[in-house]
Design a protein. Sequence first.
Length: 239
Amino acid sequence: MSIPRLYLDEPLAEGAEPEAAPGQAHHLGTVLRRGAGDRVRVFNAGDGEFAATIAHLRKDRARFALGARLRAPAAEPDIRLLVAALKRDAMDWLVEKATELGATRIQPVLTRRTVAERANAQRLSAIARGAAEQCERLSVPRVFDATPLHRVLDAWDGTRLVVAMERSAAPPVRAAVTGLSAPLALLVGPEGGFEGAELDDLRRRAFVVPAALGPRILRAETAAVAGLAALQALAGDWA
């Protein structure tokens, strides 16, 4: 039987007895059928991962007894994802896969052809946390509320933003990111693509790096996964 991994957003140290986050006690007791004395692992990006046992478990409350640290905290490349908000099932799937691929931030954006008007950041954050627990990450990406693209761009911090531009004269992604390193971000537009005015606005931004993701037309979620994998392979922790 595998040992559950649980993310806790509070300081962790050997000998500490942190409380479970909301929902974790129910999941442990009702879904996983664990009880007091059973082994778990708890982790976060700042303190690492610790062996632990369930010291107390009842309904919606649990407390853990932390043992030795199993993994120390480690730096990870800052690879961000901006994606035109998708319908619920596709967005849920994408957040899970982006977490597995090491995205550090996930920002849904609203464009003129976006198919969804909002994204539930709280639900998506829970999906990201669950994916991080499953894929052995120590960190959990931050997931933001859907925001109009122009507002995100106007407030951008200057990090190089690789923009997947369909059917354009943009160079292949390998050529586009040659010589670049993290922090990097990827922007993927909606199913119908960016409108001309949006493309013009993007090209005017000094931090934008146009890139092509191959000769085929990809669904937005496919393009986001392919683009993240390419950035990790070329400039991230797959390099």
